[in-house]
Design a protein around this ligand. Structure first.
Ligand code: FEO
Ligand code: CA
Ligand code: CA
Ligand code: CA
Length: 600
């Protein structure tokens, strides 16, 4: 493999070569363990996991399926003790249940799947001389599922668009769905993106008024039956019976993990789309900026700028104030222009000076101190902008991107990074063709965008940091670094920063015939663009939730063994339990032997 020694502080490890092992492969000199697996107890007294005797009651007390986001929050005054907050994006029933019949799931399977979604809060304990982390029971441990109660805040709260038979107030939603990536706020809460919520709903064709039908189509709500057939057990998943239930998903959820009785919030001020995540940057004046991508081919990038300023500290008064910061402010969508637009031919050929350009944040929705909205989009009400945000982006001519996934600001420089994972429809048939920020047609490998943002303002400049793929291919670019010395990288998804200011990128869907992995990328100095693979995840898995601290690298190994035709009888992976065990989505931690600093 590409075993270049690291040249930047924090990247001093030997790169892991591309591979298809059924293992978590890590660099020499590092150790690993599994922190928590699907089915492990989150609540004290939870039954031991038994693959062949699953119940919904047990699942509601156990770690959910398909972990994606991970947040590690230090417990004040307790060395090496943390809250680990993890999202459970979705369930894969053919791999969860022996003999699963997708045409006729059982009620118990439906209820286990509801409980397998949502979020887990679990205390984890470490050691002073190693990075190993083990779960523990404590007063914060909690499971949120697809039936937990959430409060709706912001311009759409209480609107006609959110009222249902079960909730005529339009303010109380049961459950969160498809929680993908997320962010930890400076005030100690966790934000989680409700991403592909469309897949849980059925029968969109029964709505025939043109405006309603167009909205459902723009959000990809299925016609006919849904994949999991939940509508056959609960009419709220049937658009024909409850046309507004679907409008109650697709938001940024905020959870206060420090109070196990707190009711989490759905923030309609941040708009409704397939939120990959939301991540926070605090500007010099204390304004809070929440960045969020809409993970769909040809969809948009957004930011929300708060009106209130963050109040420092984690005391009760600060927490009360800061928990309302996302209730008041302005939502924007991004429009990008290229500096070398004439030279872009869809081949990925790099212009002199790189792919660069300017951008503008176009305001869509202002939310006032009273929680009421003001629309800044012609022909749409504030409630409509909050609930049908994609249509607002369409109207103002936002730039259609190659699937915006994670967005992350560098805490050292303030520059903002976006993973654009891929877009194989770019340039195909009548789809939009390549532009400078999305410079390849039939884009299989994705790119990473770097934005120099006027955080509270509306102008920015941008450049592409990485145009991913095989470094030997002409259509790739690694920040100007020598391409013979980098690791191949494909389909960037989640982003994280280490304490040295290096960017870490995890991948989902590697199109280069290797398992997915986690990579370090140097951003500044002569080695800008040096990209090295730190680990690879087992077969069929996606690498999620990366966290890089002084002494831990934490990843969520999502959907190990998943493939188009994987079932319980032919698992593609037996990780982490080995032998002939069924694969289990799990959180893993990697540390340097003897607890040394990562990458140093
Ligand atoms: Fe759930 Fe966009 O990845
Ligand atoms: Ca995923
Ligand atoms: Ca993702
Ligand atoms: Ca993804």
């Amino acid at each position: 493999g590409t075993g270049t020694a690291g040249t930047g502080t924090g990247t001093g490890f030997t790169a892991v070569a591309p591979n298809t092992e059924d293992a978590l492969v890590i660099p020499e000199g590092y150790e690993q363990s599994v922190v928590i697996r699907w089915g492990d107890a989150v609540l004290e007294g939870a039954p031991a996991f038994d693959f062949d005797a699953q119940t919904a009651a047990a699942a509601a007390q156990q770690f959910g399926f398909n972990c994606d986001f991970a947040g590690l929050l230090p417990i004040e005054g307790q060395a090496d003790k943390f809250l680990l907050v993890v999202s459970h994006e979705y369930t894969t029933e053919p791999m969860m249940f022996r003999g699963y019949d997708s045409a006729a799931p059982t009620r118990e399977q439906f209820e286990i799947a509801l409980a397998g979604h949502g979020l887990s809060v679990v205390e984890v304990h470490g050691k002073s001389d190693s990075g190993e982390l083990k779960p523990a029971f404590g007063k914060y441990n909690r499971r949120l599922t697809a039936t937990s109660e959430f409060e709706v805040k912001g311009p759409a709260a209480g609107s006609d668009l959110l009222r249902t038979t079960a909730d005529p107030t339009g303010t109380k939603v049961l459950g969160t769905l498809n929680n993908c990536a997320g962010g930890v706020t400076p005030w100690g809460t966790v934000l989680s993106g409700e991403e592909n919520f469309n897949q849980y709903f059925a029968n969109a064709e029964t709505v025939t008024d043109p405006a309603g039908a167009a909205r459902l189509k723009r959000y990809g709500i299925p016609t006919g039956a849904s994949e999991r057939k939940w509508e056959t057990f609960d009419p709220r998943f049937d658009v024909a019976a409850e046309p507004n239930e679907v409008n109650r998903f697709g938001y940024i959820v905020e959870l206060n993990p420090w109070d196990a009785t707190s009711v989490p919030v759905k923030h309609t001020s941040l708009g409704r789309f397939k939120h990959e995540a939301a991540t926070i940057y605090v500007a010099g004046d204390g304004s809070v900026i929440a960045y969020s991508g809409d993970d769909e081919r040809f969809d948009y990038m957004y930011k929300f700028v708060s009106t209130k300023k963050v109040q420092p500290g984690m005391g009760a008064a600060s927490m009360r104030h800061n928990m309302t910061i996302l209730d008041e402010g302005t939502l924007y969508v991004a429009k990008l222009t290229g500096d070398h637009a004439d030279e872009i031919d869809g081949s990925g050929k790099v212009p002199d000076g790189g792919f660069t350009g300017k951008g503008q944040w176009i305001p869509l929705l202002e939310t006032g101190a009273d929680g009421k909205g003001k629309s800044l989009v012609d022909g749409m009400s504030a409630e409509e902008v909050a609930v049908f945000t994609r249509l607002a982006g369409d109207k103002v001519g936002a730039t259609k991107m190659d699937r915006p996934e994670d967005f992350e600001a560098n805490p050292k420089t303030g520059k903002v990074y976006v993973a654009l994972t891929n877009n194989t429809n770019r340039g195909k048939d009548d789809y939009p063709r390549a532009d400078e920020a999305n410079p390849r047609n039939l884009n299989k490998n994705g790119q990473v965008l770097e934005i120099a943002d006027d955080h509270t303002g509306t102008d920015f400049t941008w450049t592409l940091l990485l145009v991913c793929g095989d470094p030997a291919a002409a259509d790739t670019y690694f920040g100007g670094f020598d391409k013979s010395k980098v690791s191949p990288i494909s389909c960037p998804d989640n982003l994280a920063f280490d304490p040295h200011g290096n960017l870490w990128v995890s991948t989902d869907g590697n199109a280069l015939k290797s398992n997915d992995g986690l990579f370090s990328v140097i951003l500044d100095g002569p080695d800008r663009g040096e990209t090295k693979q730190f680990l690879t995840v087992p077969r069929g898995a996606e690498t999620c939730g990366p966290i890089v601290t002084e002494k831990h690298v934490i990843v969520c190994v999502q959907h190990p063994g998943e493939s188009d035709d994987a079932t319980v009888d032919k698992p593609l992976s037996n990780w982490p339990d080995g032998g002939s065990a069924q694969p289990r989505p799990s959180v893993a931690v990697v540390w340097k032997k003897n607890g040394g600093r990562i990458g140093v």
